[in-house]
Design a protein around this ligand. Structure first.
Ligand SMILES: Cc1cc2nc3c(=O)[nH]c(=O)nc-3n(C[C@H](O)[C@H](O)[C@H](O)COP(=O)(O)O)c2cc1C
Length: 404
């Protein structure tokens, strides 16, 4: 269950061609478990019907500031009070101007002035409208007041022109909402460096030694950290997964590049979580030309050299270190050895063949001085949440001055 599952989101749709994409956004928020209240501006109702959102969210849609109040439902005041995040998507140039000026002439403006929920604005318009100094200055005013501006993306616009002004992908908006929801979480203000995926060790210009890591665990950890409010720096090997939008991402290939990136990133970090499957060995010599098939039947011999152990080599005072031990034998004994040898605060041990590339994992969590915690098989998302809750506990304990 992600943070979205218990969230109450206020979605404000304004008058632009991209209003149709807000229907998909509302649907995905509802599918993630969120309660969604929708406001449609007068402009938005020219492009899409309130009924679409009423059906998708299974809640009344709000269009009129002067609609009668009844019972405990206090119109714009109730919408403002209940919202945990206010998301304006798409945001027209006109709506952006009204928000920046603090006009309360319609329901959107009145709610925006009344709510204490974080505001996310996703502009969508033609290139010229977006780059106009008036729009830019209004957006800057909103940013200065603490709003998050997401996008716009570059690409094909409604006019057929190519430029800046497309509403960003729905996934990016969901990520922004998750970040806003987490901002007061137990890891708010904590900087977490997280590695994910496998590394590739070049043999020649076209071939490499790799492993089957999908990156699912590391990416699930990134989302779980965001949900608890952490600032995440994801250092990732090549994977087929989209990284969460709005976080710092460093893409690397080899173990050496990952080592360098982790060393740089942890200088200003509070927590390091190494979920990447880092190659233990690399070819002693990387061939500069493609290795040719030999005419004879002689086997090709590869000489391998040990890679440095990233997690063992990094130790700043106060840095909380979490490792993973994917083993094919003697799971507990090997994990315990790593916990001590690498001075870790936590290690997550699991069966390498069952977990690598899979959507689920059966893990044992080890912490110094504590009994191993055996977890039942669960999704990597659920395991990630469990791990990050423990990280939050360690952070809190360390802050309160206790030693481990
Ligand atoms: C066909 C058409 C498409 C439009 N598309 C956009 C758009 O993508 N972005 C935008 O900011 N305004 C767009 N406009 C202008 C807005 O609809 C107009 O400024 C309106 O007053 C916005 O209303 P609202 O801010 O209350 O939603 C469009 C207008 C028309 C007629």
């Amino acid at each position: 269950m992600t943070r979205l599952a218990t969230a109450h989101i206020l979605l404000a749709v304004t008058g632009g061609v991209a209003a149709y994409r807000a229907a998909d956004l509302a649907s995905q928020l509802v599918q993630a478990g969120a309660k969604v209240d929708t406001i449609l501006t007068e402009g938005a109702a020219q492009f899409i019907q309130p009924l679409t959102f009423a059906a998708l969210t299974r809640r009344p849609v709000h269009t009129d500031l002067f609609a009668p109040w009844s019972g405990d439902a206090l119109g714009h005041l109730s919408l403002a009070r209940d919202a945990e995040v206010m998301l304006v998507a798409p945001a027209s140039a006109n709506a952006i101007a009204r928000l920046s000026l603090g006009l309360a002439s319609d329901l959107l403006g009145a709610v925006a002035l009344s709510t204490s929920a974080p505001l996310i604005v996703a502009p969508a318009m033609e290139h010229g409208m977006f780059h106009h100094p008036a729009t830019q200055s209004h957006l800057q005013t909103l940013r200065d007041r603490g709003a998050t501006v997401v996008g716009p993306a570059h690409g094909r616009l409604a006019s057929g022109a190519i430029g800046d002004g497309r509403l960003v992908a729905v996934g990016e908006l969901l990520d922004a909402v998750r970040q806003a929801l987490g901002r007061d979480g137990p890891l708010a203000g904590i900087r977490i460096v997280l590695t994910a995926g496998g590394t590739r060790e070049a043999l020649d210009p076209v071939r490499y030694l790799g492993n089957r890591s999908s990156g699912k665990m590391g990416y699930a950890l990134a989302y779980a950290a965001i949900d608890l409010g952490a600032a995440v720096h994801l250092i990732t090997g090549p994977v087929n997964l989209p990284a969460p939008a709005g976080i710092e991402v460093t893409e690397v290939e080899s173990a050496a590049a990952m080592h360098q990136a982790v060393g740089d990133a942890t200088r200003s970090a509070d927590v390091l979580i190494m979920a990447a499957a880092v190659a233990d060995f690399r070819p002693r010599h990387r061939q500069t030309q493609k290795i040719k098939k030999q005419p004879d039947t002689e086997p090709l011999t590869l000489e391998l050299k040990r890679n440095p152990d990233i997690l063992a080599s990094i130790s700043h005072t106060g840095l909380i270190k979490v490792g993973f031990a994917a083993e094919t034998e003697d799971l507990l004994a090997n994990a315990e050895k790593k916990l001590t040898a690498k001075t870790l605060d936590m290690i997550v041990a699991n069966d390498a063949t069952a977990t690598i590339g899979s959507g689920t994992s059966t893990a044992i969590i080890l912490r110094p001085g504590q009994r191993p915690e055996s977890l039942p098989e669960m999704t990597k998302e659920a395991l990630a949440q469990h791990i990050l809750e423990q990280v939050a506990e360690i952070v809190t304990r360390n802050k309160s001055g206790a030693t481990r």
